[in-house]
Design a protein around this ligand. Structure first.
Ligand code: C2E
Ligand code: CA
Ligand code: CA
Length: 913
């Protein structure tokens, strides 16, 4: 509503203010008006009465005066009449009262006298004049007044007569009375107006005029008819005087009303406006200041409002927090983030000593996630690093109920909490989360807080459900529903990760694209169900074949993709693939029909064949196509050269494996000779393999292959067994070849059962432990594997001796050498090649020999090819020599021959001696 400008800024701008003001006005004006009206009515009635009474008094007064004047005139006239004679004195006496006095004889003669008083009297009064003392005679001429005549008997000497006096009007009507009247006073005798005083008031015609009359009884005193005195007067001016005091009164009242109402309105409006202001502010989310004291209902109202504001604020905060949580849930953040918000909120609204939250997954085996925050802590301690923050029992509580528990769990107990209030939150009838409040000195939180915590707890449960759903979706998005294997998307991610990891660690890996051969015909011929079974089974086989560290995905159809971790060489990849091929050789499905499925595999290596995920996938796919094109059932590298080498290598491994398993490896023996006597003091067993196609393969090659593909233990055991049996056979044939030296790979030593293996071979062959010397390489001892040393110790304790092979190349420290469980040092054959006077090798050999002497070790020189070297070594003090200068490694037959020949020579020498 548009207000006039002068109201703006006053309390009248408020509608309530105006209403109160109007009410005040009505409350004051109506009674005041009513009272005024009543008062005015009463006053005007009083005034009327007073005026009336005054008028009556006035008339009466006038009438009595008139009567008195008539009386006195009468009395005077009677007195004169009673005198026998009239005198001059009488006339003087009467003059002020009577205008004329005549003595009339009786009877009155109307005719007589003519115009005289007697005649006039006789004509107008007749006989009446004899019975009355007062006669009113009409005016004798126009313009004259009626005459009042007093008659008294007159006893005179001329007989009885009448003394008639015309009362002087001036005396009778009292001229002075004319002014006295504020109205018109008239004296009437019958209908005849005798005299009127004053002017007829203007009001005489109006309702405000008042009238009265007084009857003047003349009968008793004069025996004449009554006169009437009538008067008309103006009513007293009631209203004017009334208004005279009413106006200030009304004004005063109005002022009073204004003052009181404005005071009251102010007292109501000010706190009211303040309240309204606060409500508005609260509505806009601002905080307001509580009102100062007022000591009335407004204070109560303000206090109630304070309470309400607090409540509303909390509820608004609650809504804000809940919607914040809802937003987080919609944004699919992990449930832990929601728990953070929830704990912060509980921390804010309650005064509990600590808050614990636990989340359980759908799978009861999964570890539960715990969160804990004590009062004063700024951060939430999270993770299953807080095991059993509360006993598992909390999960068994009835969902939705606050339950006090004395079993507070480790997290709380460590902080001195003795009792907690626990709320388990159910999700599909199973408690999936709980919230525990540690209530210390602050007491149990109020109902409102508990209700809000319950709301929050439910949000936590929802967040948990959403998280699980999200995880499921994530899983589904990255997995193949048929086999449960990862899909292409997941493979790309895994590949990216592998590339990142490889960049950081320098690791190399291989990607393998596998495609089943002729899968389409299986699908078409046996139906999709059977096809699906083949796919699942193939997935399982590949999984087993590649080991737990590698990654397997199905790209759809019959395509599988593998990331082989930690592949050092192409051969590693080739080996695994050929292993897979072996496992595919058994029937995949035996559902009535036995089904053997082959596959083609393509291999790409990181980083040689691609540094990007898609590149590696593409290149292994290309390699796979090559394998397919070549007829299937095989693997191919992306790089063709590598292809040949790797295939070659794998072929070799397979052949070696077969040879070992078939016991096709042979052992040759190279004698050790004492250069002083030329006698054979021992032989070294050396493995020999003749490949059916490739012919002789160097031990350095196939020993390396055996070591890399895990065949070395089998190989070593085979050689050991054969050598021990050979030794036993020679011995039983009467030939003594001395010590049997066996080469042992570091792999055999590290595996930890060499001593057992040797023990079995010794036992099986029936040779003596002391007939055996175990040759190990220096590098193995330097790297100092505890398990390896233990094995050597065990072998020595059993009676065998231990030699360090290829000594001088492995940088053994002298100090170390003293502690090693070895008996013999074998100088590496590399020193023999350039063993010349003053050469570096000579110096080394010389010092090795000196060292062996000092440490009381045996010393053997191997690879000795010339007699000069033999002489040189002899000069240095090394007598045991192995090398082409005496014998190359010999097959058992040849070796036996040599031993036999030497034995006979010895026999001959002995016999000739
Ligand atoms: P090794 O233990 O140092 O064996 C001595 C090697 O030197 C043998 O080579 C032998 O034929 C060769 N040799 C002997 N006299 C001479 C010579 O005067 N001049 C030259 N240049 N070479 C000579 P082989 O038989 O080829 O064996 C090579 C390596 O293979 C051996 O070196 C040994 O480390 C390993 N090895 C051989 N058989 C076995 C075995 O049964 N088990 C293990 N673990 N390793 C074996
Ligand atoms: Ca050796
Ligand atoms: Ca050697």
């Amino acid at each position: 509503m548009q207000l006039p400008p002068w109201i703006e800024g006053t309390f009248l701008r408020s509608r309530l203010g105006r209403r109160i003001f109007l009410t005040f006005c009505v409350a004051v004006v109506v009674p005041a008006a009513a009272v005024s009206w009543l008062a005015w009515r009463t006053a005007s009635a009083d005034a009327l009465e007073t005026s009336q009474a005054a008028l009556r008094t006035e008339i009466k007064h006038y009438a009595l005066n008139l009567f008195e004047r008539l009386e006195s005139a009468h009395a005077l006239l009677r007195q004169v009449g009673a005198n026998d004679r009239s005198t001059e004195a009488d006339a003087a006496l009467l003059a002020p009262f009577f205008s004329s006095v005549e003595t009339l004889p009786l009877p009155l003669d109307g005719a007589a006298g003519g115009a005289g008083l007697g005649g006039w009297l006789a004509r107008h009064a007749g006989d009446q004049a004899l019975s009355t003392a007062l006669v009113v005679l009409p005016a004798r001429q126009d313009g004259e007044e009626a005459q009042v005549v007093i008659l008294v008997p007159n006893r005179s000497e001329r007989g009885d007569g009448l003394l008639a006096g015309v009362v002087r009007p001036g005396f009778l009507w009292g001229e002075s009375d004319d002014q006295a009247f504020n109205g018109r006073l008239c004296v009437l005798a019958g209908d005849r107006v005798l005299r009127c005083h004053g002017d007829l008031p203007e009001a005489a015609q109006t309702r405000t005029a008042i009238r009265d009359e007084w009857e003047l009884f003349l009968e008793p005193a004069f025996g004449a008819g009554s006169w009437r005195v009538t008067a008309v007067a103006e009513r007293a001016p009631v209203l004017a005087s009334y208004l005279g005091f009413l106006a200030p009164l009304a004004l005063g009242l109005l002022l009073l009303v204004l003052m009181l109402s404005s005071m009251e309105i102010r007292r109501i409006l000010v706190p009211l406006e303040r309240l309204v202001g606060r409500i508005r502010a609260v509505g806009q989310g601002a905080t307001t200041q509580a009102d100062t004291r007022m000591d009335d209902e407004f204070e109560t109202l303000a206090r109630t409002f304070d309470d309400m504001e607090g409540r509303i604020r909390r509820q608004m905060d609650t809504l804000r927090i809940l919607s914040e949580i809802d937003r987080l849930i919609l944004e699919r953040v992990p449930a832990a983030a929601v728990v953070d918000v929830v704990i912060a909120r509980i921390h804010e609204i309650s005064r509990v000593d600590g808050i614990g939250v636990s989340l359980a997954g759908v799978d009861p085996q999964q570890p539960k996630r715990h969160f804990l925050r004590m009062r004063g802590q700024r951060q939430v301690e999270a993770g299953s690093a807080l095991p059993d923050t509360l006993h598992e029992a909390a999960y068994a509580l009835e969902p939705g109920q606050w339950t006090p528990m004395r079993e507070v769990g480790e997290g709380f107990a460590a902080r001195g909490v003795q009792e907690v209030l626990v709320l388990a939150v159910g999700h599909r009838e199973q408690s999936r989360a709980w919230i525990a409040l540690a209530c210390g000195d602050g007491g149990t939180p109020g109902e409102e807080v508990l209700l809000e915590v319950r709301d929050l707890a439910e949000r936590v449960a929802v967040a948990l459900a959403v998280e699980e759903h999200e995880n499921l979706l994530l899983f589904q998005a990255r997995h193949d529903p048929l086999t449960g294997l990862a899909n292409r998307l997941a493979a790309l991610e895994a590949l990216d990760l592998a590339i990142e990891g490889a960049k950081a660690s320098g690791e190399t890996f291989a990607t393998v694209f596998i495609d089943l051969d002729r899968f389409k015909s299986i699908n078409d011929g046996l139906g999709h169900a059977q096809g699906d079974t083949v796919l699942v089974r193939a997935g399982e086989l590949i999984r087993q074949g590649i080991g737990p560290d590698s990654f397997l995905a199905r790209f759809g159809g019959d395509e599988f993709f593998v990331i082989l971790r930690n592949v050092q060489s192409p051969a590693d990849a080739a080996r695994i693939t050929s292993g897979l091929a072996a496992s595919f050789a058994t029937p995949l499905v035996s559902n009535g029909t036995e089904l053997v499925v082959g596959f083609s595999a393509g291999v790409a290596l990181y980083p040689e064949h691609g540094s990007q995920a898609h590149e590696l996938i593409h290149n292994s796919d290309v390699a796979m196509y090559r394998a397919k094109k070549a007829g299937g059932g095989r693997m191919a590298f992306f790089d063709e050269e590598m292809n040949a080498a790797a295939l070659n290598r794998v072929q070799l491994e397979n052949d070696l494996r077969a040879a070992i398993r078939a016991g096709l490896l042979e052992v040759h023996y190279q004698p050790r000779v004492d250069s002083r006597s030329g006698r054979i003091v021992g032989t070294e067993a050396l493995a020999r393999w003749t490949h059916p196609v490739r012919g002789r393969i160097a031990p350095d090659t196939f020993i390396g292959v055996a070591e890399e593909c895990g065949l070395i233990e089998e190989l070593g055991e085979l050689v050991l067994r054969k050598a021990c049996h050979q030794l036993a056979a020679w011995k039983s044939g009467g030939i003594d070849p001395g010590l049997l030296a066996i080469n042992v790979s570091s792999y055999q030593l590290r595996s930890g059962h060499l001593a057992d293996t040797v023990g079995r071979a010794v036992a099986a062959s029936g040779i003596q432990w002391r007939d055996l010397e175990i040759e190990v390489t220096e590098s193995l001892l330097v790297s100092g594997s505890g398990a390896a040393l233990q094995q050597l110790q065990a072998l020595r304790e059993a009676g065998a001796t231990v030699a360090i092979d290829d000594f001088g190349t492995g940088y053994s420290s002298l100090a170390y050498l003293t502690r090693l469980p070895v008996d013999t040092l074998k100088i590496d054959r590399a020193f023999m090649a350039d063993l010349a006077e003053d050469g570096a090798s000579l110096a080394v050999v010389r010092s090795i020999i000196a060292l062996a002497r000092a440490l009381d070790k045996n010393i053997v020189a191997e690879g000795v090819e010339s007699a000069a070297h033999v002489q040189l070594l002899r000069g240095l003090g090394c007598h045991i020599v192995q090398g082409y200068v005496y014998y190359p490694p010999l097959d058992p037959g040849a070796c036996a021959e040599v031993l036999q020949r030497l034995a006979t020579q010895d026999g001959r020498v002995a016999s000739t001696r």
